[in-house]
Write a protein of this length. Structure first.
Length: 172
């Protein structure tokens, strides 16, 4: 018989710190991803296996690591991802300055600091597809205004080639 067990979100104070920007969470990798608008900013992880990677994972990029390392000396790459640096970094929960560091990184999110947060690739590709669908339609409207039927046929052919070119760009 399955029990109705309420899952506890680790480091819930992060959500309280980000309250004014309406964060939302999604389960991910047995942890919880924290989003602000379309950006993923953190993953909150506290699991019994690989305890060294429990803490707040920061969504960032390699170009920001050095500057973030200066702000957060205990920040490091996530060990379960294997050797070497990864785009994701962690503020480990075992660090002495964990809560202070997490509050500070939350403040960076509130200030819209570009060093924290990524738009997931799936959202980026869907935006590109949306643009690819909209642009030919806009061009069609512009071209179809005040033209004779013969001109409209020529324009329709031109639009077909534009659509073809757009779809090639998106797939690459």
């Amino acid at each position: 018989m399955a029990k109705n067990v309420k899952k506890v979100i680790p480091f819930e104070f992060v959500l309280e710190e980000l309250f004014e920007v309406s964060p939302y969470i999604k389960p991910m990798f047995g942890a919880y991803a924290v989003y602000v608008k379309e950006k993923i900013v953190f993953i909150l992880r506290e699991k019994p296996e690989h305890r060294e990677d429990n803490g707040v994972w920061l969504a960032t990029t390699f170009e920001h690591h050095l500057e973030l390392q200066n702000i957060f000396p205990n920040m490091r790459s996530i060990k379960i991802f294997g050797p070497g640096p990864s785009g994701w970094q962690i503020l480990p929960s075992e660090a002495i300055d964990f809560e202070e560091s997490v509050i500070r990184v939350c403040q960076m999110v509130l200030n819209k600091d570009p060093k924290i947060g990524k738009i997931p690739k799936s959202k980026l590709t869907s935006k590109k597809k949306k643009i690819a669908k909209i642009e030919p339609a806009i061009q069609k409207k512009k071209l179809m205004k005040k033209n004779t039927p013969v001109q409209k046929k020529k324009i329709a052919k031109k639009i077909k080639s534009i659509k073809k070119n757009h779809s090639k760009k998106i797939e690459v």
